[in-house]
Design a protein around this ligand. Structure first.
Ligand SMILES: *Cc1c(COP(=O)(O)O)cnc(C)c1O
Length: 445
């Protein structure tokens, strides 16, 4: 805001960038004054919460910086390797940085881990043998893992390799079914997979602290169960990561939070040295493990993306809270609720009709820096059980740390909204979604 005590020059400068011209700017971008006014009233109440988010970003920025300094990250680590990629010191240093950021013994951070699903699959398959059983103590895992595990029969699933699966659903209040978990654990239980984020499900996202308590409980029953956390969308949202709270393994995607929007591909697995090595033997080959894997010049983006990630994630979390606050005022059902504490970057908004879901996604698409002129349509995406609409005008294909929205086209017609490389872009995307719903007469302001 303008300070009236400042000199005339500065006052004039402020006027040019002040309230009026800002609104004009948004109107030029296609946002109706009514939409702007409604959203501004909401934003005014969010200052205190945004300050807390900034504090987490500040803390995590220092954490990343400390790990980079400790491991003497240097110009030479940005050089490209080719072929086998033996002695890729940039790759090896990046993995030590990841291990330190996550307070873990070791890390596997590779462009050859092609997605979150792939990273989780490698972490699981490297550490499971025929006859073992996987336990999910937090209900159904993320959609794409159903075929990996064989919950949905699929060629090459763990089920085909004689690895069984057992699931304990959450209690109706979203809490852990401790008795059910105790009863499910048996001689063959080798690994517990704990998904932090709700993903596309309607259940709470678990804070690190609660995951830590669950791990303690599982290990109190059978200490040698490997506790693996699917950390997708959870990185840098809290002060701590699951590996700070006792997770043996943690895996995720670099085109979500920890890639900071700059990683063009990749996944990570962090945790106990033995388990990370087991995963590396599966990713490459027994005996080769972490020793091979050229990085083809991608190291700079992976380092720089990690460096920016805390700031980028904070913008995405602000966007989620802003969206929730706006849509809650309009009477829609939300998960998490607007005032809830955040443990991931996803905001689910139940819009109640295919038309509203499609309008919302069109708004997100129209607000994008890339492909803003294309219209998203529902399609049968591989790995998903029903049609999905995805809005993403992203620099990196499918990157969901960039502003994006996905919705399975099925009742209750919930859209999952996430990302934003900057808070300002997240804000604009939400305004545009609101505008599209308003244009269709689906909301009244
Ligand atoms: C995105 C996601 C995955 C899978 O990651 P992809 O990169 O889409 O394969 C797994 N689990 C959760 C919770 C996710 O959000």
């Amino acid at each position: 805001m303008c300070d009236s005590d400042k000199s005339n020059d500065i006052t004039n400068e402020c006027k040019n960038a002040g309230t009026n011209s800002m609104n004009q700017m948004y109107e030029n971008m296609g946002i109706d004054p009514k939409v702007l006014r409604f959203a501004a009233e909401t934003e005014n109440g969010l200052e205190e919460r945004f300050r807390h988010i900034d504090q987490k970003a500040e803390y995590n920025q220092l954490k990343v910086l400390k790990a980079m300094q400790k491991n003497h990250v240097s110009d030479m680590h940005f050089a490209a390797t080719t072929g086998y990629g033996y002695n890729d010191i940039g790759r090896d240093t990046l993995e030590r940085v990841y291990a330190d950021v996550f307070n873990a013994e070791d890390a596997l951070v590779r462009p050859q881990l092609m997605s979150g699903t792939h990273a989780i699959t490698i972490a699981l398959s490297g550490n499971l043998r025929p006859g073992d059983e996987i336990l999910s103590p937090v209900g159904k895992p993320y959609d794409t893992l159903e075929q990996v595990i064989g919950i949905t029969p699929s060629r090459g699933s763990f089920a085909e390799y004689g690895i069984t699966y057992r699931q304990v659903d959450l209690l109706p209040d979203g809490g852990f079914d401790l008795e059910g978990i105790r009863n499910a654990i048996n001689d063959r239980t080798r690994l517990a997979t704990i998904q932090k984020s709700k993903g596309y499900a309607s259940r709470p996202t678990f804070p690190v602290k609660q995951i830590g308590m669950l791990i303690d409980y599982i290990k109190s029953i059978k200490p040698d169960i490997i506790c693996m956390v699917d950390n997708c969308y959870g990185e840098f949202v809290e002060f701590d990561e699951p590996t700070d709270a006792g997770a043996d393994l943690c895996a995720g995607s670099l085109i979500k939070n920890p890639g900071g929007g700059l990683a063009p591909i990749g996944g990570y697995i962090v945790g106990k040295k033995e388990y990370v090595e087991n995963a590396a033997y599966r990713l490459t080959a027994p005996g080769l493990g972490k020793e091979i894997g050229a990085t083809l010049g991608l190291n700079t983006s992976l380092f720089q993306g990690l460096f920016l990630a805390p700031q980028v994630v904070s913008g995405a979390v602000k966007g989620a809270i802003y969206a929730a606050s706006i849509y809650e005022r309009l009477g829609f059902d939300l998960l998490p609720a607007a005032e809830s504490e955040r443990y991931d970057i996803i905001q689910a908004i139940t819009l109640g009709s295919p038309e509203a879901v499609i309008a919302f996604c069109k708004g997100i698409q129209a607000a994008a820096p890339v492909d803003s002129y294309v219209t998203p349509e529902p399609w049968a995406m591989p790995g998903y059980q029903c049609d999905v609409i995805m809005a993403a005008g992203a620099f990196i294909q499918g990157s969901s740390i960039e502003l994006s929205a996905d919705a399975p086209i099925k009742p209750p017609y919930t859209v999952f909204f996430q990302g934003g490389l900057t808070w300002y872009h997240a804000k604009f995307g939400i305004l545009m979604s609101l505008q599209k719903l308003y244009d269709k007469g689906l909301i009244h302001l």
